[in-house]
Design a protein around this ligand. Sequence first.
Ligand code: BGC
Length: 769
Amino acid sequence: MKILFTKKPLLKIAAAVMIALPLGNATAQQPKPDARMDAFINALMKKMTVDEKIGQLNLVTSGMAITGSVTNNGVDNGIANGHIGGIFGLYGIENVRKAQQLAVKNSRLHIPLIFGLDVIHGHRTIFPIPLGMSATWDLPLIQNAAHIAAKEATAEGLNWVFSPMVDIARDARWGRISEGSGEDPFLGGKIAGAMVRGYQGTSLRNADAVIACVKHFALYGGAEAGREYNTVDMSRLQMYQDYLPPYKAAVDAGAGSIMSSFNTVDGIPSTGNKWLLTDLLRKQWGFKGFVVSDYTSLSEMTNHGLGDLPQVSAIALKAGLDMDMVAEGFLNTLKKSLQQGKVTQGEIDLACRRVLEAKYKLGLFDNPYKSLNADNERKDVFTDDNRKAARIAAEHSFVLLKNAGQILPLKKSGGTIAVVGPLADNKRDMLGTWVIAGEWEKSVSVLEGIKHMVGDNVKLLYAKGSNITDDTEFMKRLNFGPDMVSLDTRTPQEMIDEAVNTAKKADIIVAVVGESQSMSGESSSRSDISIPESQKNLLKALAKLGKPIVMVLFNGRPLTLTWENENAAAILDVWAPGTEAGNAIGEVLFGNYNPSGKLTATFPRSVGQIPIYYNHKNTGRPYTDGPTKFKSNYLDISNDPLFPFGYGLSYTSFSYSDVKLNKTNLKGNVTLTATVTITNTGSYAGEEVVQLYISDPVASISRSVKELKDFRKLKLAAGEVKEVTFSITTEQLKFYNSQLKYDWEPGEFVIQIGTNSADTHSAKVNWLK
Ligand code: BGC
């Protein structure tokens, strides 16, 4: 019987021993040993053959959703024979029930399967892409979005999601910057924790809880040249200080699983890196869940030069990998390696135990059909409430990059607006990169959203104006799913002419432009991160009219926008907002919601500045005022980004007082308080993300010029004044020194509070041990 699976086109856009180091408290929230679980699993494992144990380590894809070139055959026989521990890419009550029945009824020991999926920014109800979600700086909102995703996913039979992706990214060429929370380790860690809590809830036994899978462990965002799957090579100091904290935060929040990354760490592929998967993750951090490889990352160790499939499988098992995604290296080679003495029974048992523990914790041994309830599928999926939450999340994720002459918000009645651009009357590209179960046909286009908002009170005109791109070679690369990007039958000039003639009749032009869905995400690296030329030509033609242009910008990454910033009156960055895109954009353009998002990744002026990030080092020859020879700068461009980390405007304005400290000389583990007064000096109610940065100008190693240490999101009515006080302890002064010891060093610290990383007020303290 072949039960699985309508082949549905997938929209997956889609060591050396270290000094023991904390990166926070090791075993903080790990669960206590569970004697009942141990007894159950001991008894079960006594009955299992070696083949059945190895079977638990085998994760296959159903064929519904694939990301690589390999699909697994014979899935149904494999289940019945006990050769499969879990399936990913399969969802829907009936599909999951059939597969689970095969495992529970037909396999010798009736061990249930675990069902995973790439639920990244929502399951059916699609939320903004993660980079957009991070721009909300709103942890409860992010946690709630993850909870809604878990509820929808469980309602369709899933119990494991391959999220959160917590890879720090400082290179906007890398398409997967869209899937993470940007460049900052502190904010990234907070978001990682919130997402894990949102997915896993208070107990994995809950009907609406899924196991989170933290990925990609580790350093995947550090790919050289921003090229997908490329080499990563970085110092231990940088790993510990800047790249590892979000993974650690997710582990501390109790994440039940971790996915190893495609890249090497210190020359050894993560999937077979014992230092990473065992010494750091388990021994130092106290991780108690299971580790799964990325899609064929086990067999890809061969290309990395680590040996043939039997060899790399043995290396990976010994390193601490528990589950092999798709490569079938464990399935097909471990038994022989055991006979040859290349792996031990103990190593196989340990991995098997960890997979069984996950199933136990989910309650699958008690009820393998847990949450397979058609009522829930109807009741909990794509509900009005979920769509409302997605709309609110989208509104909060938008970043207002420019608003000259307060052109925004637009008036809800009177006048004529020309809505132009290839993303305006477009549903397909609203959802963003990772939308396996999301149905783009159900999303709200920008044109629809604006119509909902203004009805007949404003005259709306529309013209497409350009293709997403006219470059047919580029288009082919974008079209890995059917018709993702298409060419209009008209010539580019005909389209531009139509748009210009339309815009001539309008008072204001709303230009909806930027990246389409498949321009960011996995395997979507770009060497040129500007708006495609076809759209740029449209904007240039419109700019000649001299009418105000409000740019609604879709993007899965920071883009280079120098020309746009000079020529558009306003730029609202909406990322890829999800199912409710158009409605959220309508709410914000017309002022029902005042934008409050702040960038979590620096926007360069030119791709040549990359990598560019706010928490860089000072260099021995820092750039000061203007380009000077023999300083650390460029001949042809300034060092500054176009928009710094933490930046984002509001329809209102906020003023900050100087920073008041309760003390300026401190000693030992005391608490410093830093207070600022914030005034809403404009005429709209608004929200502001108040950001606290600390600099450590003199230390035993060269430190970053500043580091984010805390933030607060506040609501202020027009004219309202609020005080914000941050409590600062020596924890926030700590860093990894050259011995990788995590501690603080006494001396002067600069406390900075402000509206973005480049615009702060500061005060100095002297803090002794
Ligand atoms: C991606 C992972 C994803 C996996 C399964 C891989 O190509 O790197 O993020 O979870 O595929 O779809």
